[in-house]
Write a protein that binds this ligand. Structure first.
Ligand code: ATP
Ligand code: MG
Length: 167
């Protein structure tokens, strides 16, 4: 099913508004004018952004921004893909932990992250859903420099149902 990404992200940001306010974080969303449409399951893709944005709010720095950037790019085989990056300016993740973040129940054992409740399942689910959508999750971070979680999904060539002409 064709799914447009921006409305999902706006919906998730709205749903997390309370947490953002508690954390003193302003969430910004920037996106190209043309809709980014991928093919997949709307609820599953919602779970992806829920976890990434919730993590950025919980583990990012209070009082700083969380930036969500949508764009389109070409992958190595020339296919077009939708790119969504969630960036925070928190303590980041050190290199030793990065490869293990998407393991089930893996949580980085630092006070700040322990203080925020969680089961350690969110990123495992994100990875699983991305695999099901033939997408990718990339995590970039250095200790002390915040973190960027980027998801890439093949763009759907089909039109959105609302704009589809007969048949
Ligand atoms: P759950 O998502 O199940 O509620 P969780 O948030 O602890 O629990 P994940 O979303 O899988 O689980 O994240 C795993 C761990 O990765 C977190 O516990 C945290 O230590 C670390 N982490 C995730 N996102 C960030 C981030 N933006 N900055 C710093 N650390 C992060
Ligand atoms: Mg989480």
């Amino acid at each position: 099913t064709p799914v447009e990404l921006l409305p999902i992200i706006r919906q998730v940001v709205d749903a997390l508004q309370m947490l953002a306010r508690d954390r003193g974080v302003t969430v910004t969303v920037s996106a190209p004018k043309e809709p980014l449409v991928v093919s997949g399951d709307r609820d599953e893709l919602t779970r992806v952004f829920e976890n990434l944005i919730e993590n950025a709010l919980k583990y990012g720095a209070s009082g700083k921004r969380v930036e969500i950037t949508l764009s389109r790019a070409f992958n190595v085989s020339g296919g077009e893909e939708a790119v969504a990056a969630v960036r925070d300016y928190g303590p980041g993740i050190s290199g030793e932990h990065l490869p293990r973040l998407t393991e089930r129940f893996y949580r980085v054992d630092v006070t700040e992250s322990r203080a925020q409740g969680g089961t350690g399942l969110g990123l495992a689910l994100v990875k699983h859903i991305m695999n099901r959508h033939r997408g990718r999750l990339n995590i970039e971070s250095r200790s002390g420099e915040g973190a960027t979680f980027t998801v890439r999904l093949p763009m759907s060539t089909g039109l959105m149902p609302a704009t589809r002409k007969n048949s």
